[in-house]
Design a protein around this ligand. Structure first.
Ligand code: ADP
Ligand code: MG
Length: 321
């Protein structure tokens, strides 16, 4: 029932493992991606993102596990499976002595593409906004334009799945916005997986977030669920003059307070505490009365919106416990 009732699964990774000696770069990862989804693969450097993507795209062998793209096993039928995938690796395979046009024609040839050459390549140049540099040497292009050419080569052959490995690394803020918009618009007609170590990137582009750390998946959630966690919690930064351990204990004892952490900011005998409160609870007055009772002065109190970074750290904390 399960397989037959879910024919829209475009990517299926089951129990994927990749080890280098005793180091497990990927340690038993399983997930599915449905047709049309934009999934963010989020994790710190060294988490195993590139290794997973390189295996998924048939560029690297696995130690064990199964990878299917469009129902085709990447190990058994690599050529067939690869036709379904466009890949932008961490280091795009650009030939800098070619012009953009020469390079795209070269990619067209090695992919044995059958679509109308001129029309197809022009369409790609338009979508990726590189038509105006088509006769320029890749060597002379800015990093932002090179990344567009990298995306353009992934689109040759019109594959239904596109995999981006850290697509905005090294770009300036304006270029980052442009590339994100491009990925978002490609997501309307493609199944997309994008890896990043930047939280706002997945939040702004992806439907779903898979968080990976140390080769393992530690969360797999709809983006809105993670955003919900962000919205549901309020964090306060409170500067209090008083004995640190006792202040911490007193703050923790206040109903509605979920966590109390030191921010590391300190001035004489006062410390800045990060106090997280549960949904709908305003702990500011209770903090005031609790501190006043002990004669500890509140020197500052401000509301800090919880961001995805906080959520990430919290998930990592839970996973390592
Ligand atoms: P990410 O892309 O998330 O930064 P990677 O997939 O590149 O992480 O790497 C995951 C882990 O595997 C890292 O600890 C990395 O050092 C290790 N690793 C990757 N490739 C090799 C290799 N060829 N030989 C040994 N260790 C490797
Ligand atoms: Mg990587």
């Amino acid at each position: 029932m399960s397989e037959a009732s879910n024919p829209v699964s475009m990517i299926e990774i089951s129990n994927l493992v990749k080890n280098y000696g005793s180091k497990f770069a990927v340690d038993d990862i399983s997930f599915k991606v449905s047709t049309g989804e934009i999934v963010g693969f989020l994790g710190p450097n060294g988490a195993g993102k590139s290794t997973t993507m390189n295996i998924l795209t048939g560029c690297l062998s696995s130690t064990s596990g199964e990878v299917k793209v469009g129902g085709i096993d990447i190990l058994e039928n690599p050529d067939e499976a690869k036709k379904l995938i466009g890949f932008l690796p961490e280091q795009p395979p650009l030939y800098v002595d070619m012009t953009v046009d020469e390079y795209l024609n070269f990619v067209y040839n090695i992919k044995s593409c059958r679509l109308n050459r001129a029309k197809h390549l022009e369409e790609i140049r338009k979508v990726t906004k590189i038509d105006d540099v088509k006769n320029r040497l890749i060597r002379n292009l800015s990093k932002g334009y090179r990344q567009r050419v990298g995306i353009a080569q992934a689109l040759v052959g019109n594959p239904p799945v596109i995999i981006f490995d850290e697509p905005t690394v090294g770009l300036d803020p304006k270029q980052i916005i442009e590339i994100r918009n491009l990925i978002r618009s490609l997501g309307k007609t493609h199944t997309v997986i994008l890896s990043t170590h930047i939280l706002s990137e997945v939040q702004s582009v992806c439907d779903r977030i898979i968080i990976i750390n140390d080769g393992k998946i530690i969360a797999d959630e709809k983006t809105e669920n993670i955003t919900q966690v962000v919205d549901d919690n309020r964090r306060y930064l409170v500067k209090i003059a008083g004995p640190m351990r006792e202040v911490t204990a007193a703050l923790k004892a206040i109903p509605g307070v979920v966590t109390v952490d030191l921010t590391g900011e300190r001035e004489m005998d006062s410390y800045v505490y990060s106090v997280e409160a549960s949904k709908g609870v305003d702990v500011r007055k209770p903090i005031f009365y609790a501190m006043a009772e002990k004669n500890w002065a509140i020197l500052g109190l401000q509301v800090a919106q919880m961001n995805l970074e906080d959520v990430f750290i919290r998930i990592m904390d839970k996973a390592s416990r």
